[in-house]
Design a protein around this ligand. Structure first.
Ligand code: ATP
Ligand code: MG
Length: 392
């Protein structure tokens, strides 16, 4: 039996005149992913994207899973396709639908006929198919208000589609429809989640990771690459910059008061990320900060780092509790990698008493003990860019 996928999109529908562009981006993304799973045809039909395997070798399961990770799609149905006549429809319902009815008590049938040439009306189709299911599975009852399962029969242009409800899609907007931003990606729990959330709003990612080799290890770097690959399953392929802060940190430790290490380091990070953002056409920066989570994320501390950016800094986790961030990290699959215990450059020279209410004058006085602009320039010179290829 032939199975196809029907994708419903959400917010795109609100986009009026731009809708076409959004749909085009979505279809392009799906076509690109489909290449990894065999031969598929992807078409638009009546506010739905239809994904159809073109031969038996096409991996519909794989395509289904990847489609559920594409931003812009709110629901994905797997459905059986058959010829547009009642005999063939009933035969297909009999063989395809039982898997969705096991353990269920109630159901209803909903029919939709967009091909008006089909001889029966929607209520008649629903009544016939419902009657047949009841005779096959007498333990079931019809409940039109709150059924456990809804069996859908859709008579469309290219055939009759039969399915039993949709799986939740990733939601949001198609990546590529809302600009580009530079994610500050650490090896922690929060920044991969922040990257996921901003990509979900249609933003194309670029990322920068700061390391402090040899104080941070090869394995710490590999962990960040692994997180980036997981993120790319949703956000699509992107560039990851790795920048060395080793010299800056060594100078900081030699010249500045310990209480200010983290704050000044974060100012360097912001300045460097902002420069890279400018050079790579990014309209914003993204961090995983959550208000008050640690000393460097109090309002005052954020106030001390924020002014170094010449573009908006997006902090999608700002209002989330750690527990809520962890929930998302688990769902998207980054959590297990994030909790591997490798050092981060922020944790190698951590002050014992970091300032939680820094005064900007004091921070600048400390920062001026080092040639800020020169060190930023030098760090940018260490930038190594890798393409993170999505494994869909
Ligand atoms: P995370 O779990 O994302 O590491 P965190 O709670 O450990 O966050 P911080 O270490 O204060 O918080 O970092 C705050 C934000 O700064 C991070 O979410 C990330 O966006 C950025 N950041 C921190 N360390 C690095 C790094 N080594 N490379 C790139 N960005 C970093
Ligand atoms: Mg961190």
């Amino acid at each position: 039996m032939k199975e196809i996928l029907l994708c419903k999109y959400g917010e795109i529908i609100l986009k009026g005149a731009n809708r076409r562009t959004f749909e085009d981006v979505l279809c392009k993304t799906l076509r690109f992913r489909a290449k990894h799973f065999g031969k598929f045809e992807i078409t638009r039909s009546q506010s739905t994207i239809v994904i159809e395997p073109l031969d038996d070798a096409a991996d519909v399961d794989g395509m289904f899973e990847t489609t559920c990770r594409v931003f812009g799609i709110v629901g994905v149905c797997r459905c059986a396709v058959c010829e547009k006549n009642m005999e063939s429809i009933e035969r297909t319902v009999r063989s395809y639908i039982p898997q969705f009815l096991t353990g269920k008590k109630t159901f209803k049938v909903e029919a939709k006929r967009s091909d008006k040439r089909f001889p029966l009306g929607s209520p008649q189709i629903a009544a016939e198919v419902g009657g047949m299911i009841l005779s096959e599975a007498p333990h079931l009852r019809v409940n039109v208000r709150e059924p456990d399962v809804t069996v859908h029969v859709e008579i469309r242009e290219r055939g009759a589609y039969i399915h039993a409800g949709q799986c939740k899609g990733a939601g949001g907007m198609p990546v590529g429809t809302n600009g580009r931003a530079m994610l500050l990606l650490s090896g922690g729990i929060d920044s991969p989640v922040a990257g996921y959330m901003i990509a979900k709003r249609g933003v194309t990612l670029e990322a920068v990771h700061f390391e402090s080799f040899p104080y941070t290890s090869e394995r710490a770097r590999e962990k960040v690459f692994e997180l980036a690959r997981i993120l790319a399953r949703y956000a699509g392929s992107f560039n990851l910059h790795v920048v060395s802060l080793t010299h800056i940190q060594e100078e900081l430790v030699k010249n500045c008061e310990e209480d200010y290490f983290t704050l000044i380091l974060r100012r360097y990070m912001m300045a460097i990320a902002d420069r890279l953002a400018g050079a790579n056409d990014c309209g914003g920066l993204v961090t995983g900060e959550s208000l008050g989570q640690v000393a460097s994320q109090t309002m005052q501390a954020i106030g001390v780092t924020d002014p170094l950016a010449n573009r908006p800094v997006f902090r999608p986790c700002i209002g989330l509790d750690k527990e809520e961030i962890i929930q998302i990290a688990r769902r998207i699959g980054t959590f297990e990698t994030s909790i591997q215990p490798y050092e981060d450059c922020c944790t190698v020279f951590t002050p014992r008493h970091p300032r939680t209410r820094p005064e900007i004058e004091k921070v600048i006085e400390q920062q001026n003990r080092l040639p800020f602009a020169e060190l930023v320039e030098e760090a940018i010179g260490t930038d190594q860019v890798s393409r993170i290829r999505a494994e869909f």
